[in-house]
Design a protein around this ligand. Structure first.
Ligand SMILES: Cc1cc2nc3c(=O)[nH]c(=O)nc-3n(C[C@H](O)[C@H](O)[C@H](O)COP(=O)(O)OP(=O)(O)OC[C@H]3O[C@@H](n4cnc5c(N)ncnc54)[C@H](O)[C@@H]3O)c2cc1C
Length: 391
């Protein structure tokens, strides 16, 4: 067992940190409070080789590993938390599922713009009546001539105010086997994008309405039966959200540590009060343990052994740790931490969202419990027995 980075990983971490300090440190606060996708940062990152780190070189990626992409998120977030969203988008977001299952023509059409930081893609999965119960989705794709006609509504999609193309989960037929996905361009007739609404984090999302929206067959990403593939892609995608939670927690830990060393009350630095020292000890324990779970999930996925259980454990631990540490950092920094002139309150708000997004902590714990008991727990109400149904 080896708990160290390889020499290449150390070099990568150093070079990304140098890049972030040189290019992203200035303006980090303003970026956090700007809801628009930072295309300028995306273009910079593309030139730096930070988009598509783990995508194949044939697709315009860097041919690296998921662990490399996790390292990039950590190093960028340590300097400019908001810019870590760009690493997420370019490496873990819908782009991964797209690169894995897209046809050569689809990839040729969209990947170059996505990887160069000129365009962004949004994932339309959640619906008003299908959140955690994603297989309840009703947005339909009906075959019609040489294309499909879409009807339905999607909610909460990150990047939807600016996305050029949307990866939309649709229903071709009944049951889980009837679910797949299509690609819809922003300007498609019958596709209406509602006004921006705001999360607690300041991020914006728009309702997506499909009203007899016709797309060509060439825009099918995954046909009926594609749901399992989508979910296995999504499982890896979760590692980006996991890495950002932890990295934001660590960012807050560092700011609180610096503050406690310098800020004096009652004639001594805050760091000398045992009540605060123990907070730091607890924060360090949480961060260190969640970090190992994240690296285990990423490293095993890189070895070709992705595990939904390991990812669920890592995401639940990092989501909780990120939020708890950020929350505690706000407390340690008092009004300075609670103020919008520090990024600590921003990180706390962002971490709160990741406990809901991409598999809520409760849904992850359901998955973990299934591993513990080696059986499936159906979340749906038991079906009435035939004798009861007849009554
Ligand atoms: C910041 C952010 C970004 C997002 N980005 C996107 C995006 O890009 N694309 C997209 O499609 N969606 C996105 N979402 C939506 C996200 O996928 C959903 O919020 C998530 O699936 C939960 O669905 P819901 O909010 O409808 O909550 P619900 O499913 O209604 O759940 C409400 C509460 O009940 C709990 N719960 C539900 N079922 C169970 C159960 N069986 N056992 C125990 N607890 C349960 C949940 O954990 C939650 O706490 C985003 C959400 C957030 C917060």
């Amino acid at each position: 067992m080896n708990f160290d980075f390889t020499d290449e990983q150390k070099l990568l971490a150093e070079s990304v940190r140098r890049f972030a300090q040189a290019e992203l440190a200035e303006g980090a606060l303003a970026r956090a409070h700007d809801p628009r996708f930072p295309f300028d940062v995306a273009k910079l990152m593309s030139r730096q080789g930070l988009m598509g780190i783990s995508l194949p070189e044939a697709d315009g990626g860097q041919g690296g590993t998921l662990t490399d992409a996790v390292i990039a998120i950590e190093q960028v977030a340590a300097v400019c938390p908001r810019s870590a969203d760009v690493v997420q988008f370019g490496n873990f977001g819908a782009i991964r599922t797209f690169a894995e299952y897209g046809t050569p023509q689809q990839k040729q059409r969209w990947l170059p713009r996505l990887l160069s930081g000129e365009a962004v893609m949004s994932l339309g999965m959640s619906e008003p009546e299908a959140g955690s119960a994603v297989t309840d989705l009703v947005t339909s794709a009906r075959a019609d001539g040489n294309g499909y006609v879409l009807n339905g509504t999607k909610v909460f999609s990150t990047f939807s105010p600016e996305a050029e193309v949307f990866l939309v989960y649709v229903r071709y037929g009944p049951g889980v086997g009837g679910i797949g996905s299509v690609l819809v361009e922003r300007a498609t007739k019958g596709f209406e994008i509602g006004p921006p609404q705001e999360f607690m984090s300041g991020e914006q999302w728009c309702e997506l309405h499909f009203d007899d929206c016709r797309i060509p067959s060439d825009n099918v990403l995954l046909g009926p039966g594609g749901f399992k593939k989508q979910m296995s892609g999504f499982n890896v995608e979760r590692l980006g959200n996991t890495a950002r939670s932890l990295a934001f927690g660590r960012y807050c830990f560092e700011r609180a540590r610096e503050y406690a060393a310098e800020r004096h009350q009652f004639g001594r630095p805050l760091a000398e009060f045992q009540g605060l020292q123990w907070k730091f000890a607890d924060m360090a324990i949480k961060l260190e343990s969640a970090q190992l779970l994240l690296y285990r999930a990423a490293a095993n996925a890189d070895k070709g052994l992705p595990s939904a259980y390991e990812t669920a454990v890592a995401k639940a631990a990092c989501n909780q740790t990120g939020f708890e540490v950020a929350h505690e950092a706000v407390q340690i920094m008092g009004a300075a931490g609670y103020s919008k002139s520090s990024l600590v309150e921003y990180c706390m708000r962002r971490c709160r969202g990741w406990m809901i997004a991409g598999g809520s902590v409760e849904m992850l714990k359901n998955r973990i419990a299934e591993h513990v008991f080696e059986r499936r727990f159906d979340q749906r109400p038991p079906k009435a027995k035939p004798s009861e149904a007849a009554e």
